[in-house]
Design a protein around this ligand. Structure first.
Ligand code: GLU
Length: 251
């Protein structure tokens, strides 16, 4: 009713600088872009239909902080390729989806402080000759996901290798299992989540990049980014952050 009276302007996640928190409050729901296929971070359990993971728990805590209820949240699926455009389109208020803070991306979105630190690594079939990045050479087929930093990094670190790009992590892992490549590359934390789903695969070598994750909001929306920074700090100070981390990420 209110939406009709005001021309529905606030029903879509907001874009106007300074008004995001207000819009979320009026809407009474936080809309967050998350992964659906990334075990441990954002994963839709096919049995229950629930979307779960570290990123999801952080998103729920943010909803609790803004609206006083962690269930006042709508999770929308994003992939590495679609997330920035969905934010720009106003489909989501924020991206909480294993997203590395980079200078390039800072031109398009506003990042919060770092909320998780990962590093890029390799997932291979157990017994593979590939034991680390130095074994990725000419003739090695490496699988990665479109729109990820992993694609650019592997091309830089192993320029001779052949890189095959997939739409999302579910497809890339399926391809690895089907023998379409010798290794899958992305953040170690994501790869550990895959290895946990299939013991025939293992993470090898030391991480060869730094991947600091940030929450992304619309470019220029410093007020919302600062608000989230405060919320993250409170989560860390209260011990809630560590609880969430321990729940999903083992050493
Ligand atoms: N953290 C890396 C990135 O932001 C890889 C994980 C992902 O694709 O989301 O691109």
């Amino acid at each position: 009713m209110l939406g009709i009276m005001t021309g529905c302007s606030f029903e879509k996640p907001g874009k106007k600088e300074g008004s995001t928190i207000e819009e979320i409050k009026k809407r009474d729901k936080l809309v967050v872009g998350v992964k659906y296929d990334t075990n441990l971070f954002g994963y839709k359990d096919p049995k229950t239909g629930n979307v779960e993971g570290f990123d999801i728990d952080i998103a729920k805590q943010l909803a609790k902080k803004i609206l006083g209820d962690e269930n006042k949240i709508e999770l929308k699926e994003v992939t590495s390729k679609t997330r920035v455009q969905m934010l720009k389109n106003g489909d989501i208020d924020a991206i909480i989806a294993t997203m590395t803070i980079t200078e390039e991306r800072k031109k398009e979105v506003e990042f919060t402080d770092v909320y998780f630190e990962a590093g890029q690594s390799l997932l291979v079939k157990k017994g593979s000759d590939i034991k680390g990045i130095d074994d990725v050479k000419s003739g090695t087929k490496v699988l990665a996901v479109k729109g990820s930093t992993s694609v650019d990094n592997i091309k830089e670190k192993a320029p001779e290798a052949e890189v095959l790009e997939f739409e999302n992590y579910a497809e890339a892992f399926t391809a690895l299992k089907a023998g379409q490549g010798d290794a899958l590359t992305t953040d170690n934390a994501i790869l550990y989540g895959m290895a946990a789903q299939d013991p025939g695969f293992e993470v090898v070598g030391e991480p060869f990049t730094d991947e600091p994750y940030g929450i992304a909001v619309n470019k220029g929306d410093k007020e919302f980014a600062e608000y989230i920074n405060k919320a993250l700090k409170e989560l860390k100070d209260s011990g809630e952050y560590d609880k969430i981390k321990d729940k999903w990420i083992k050493e």
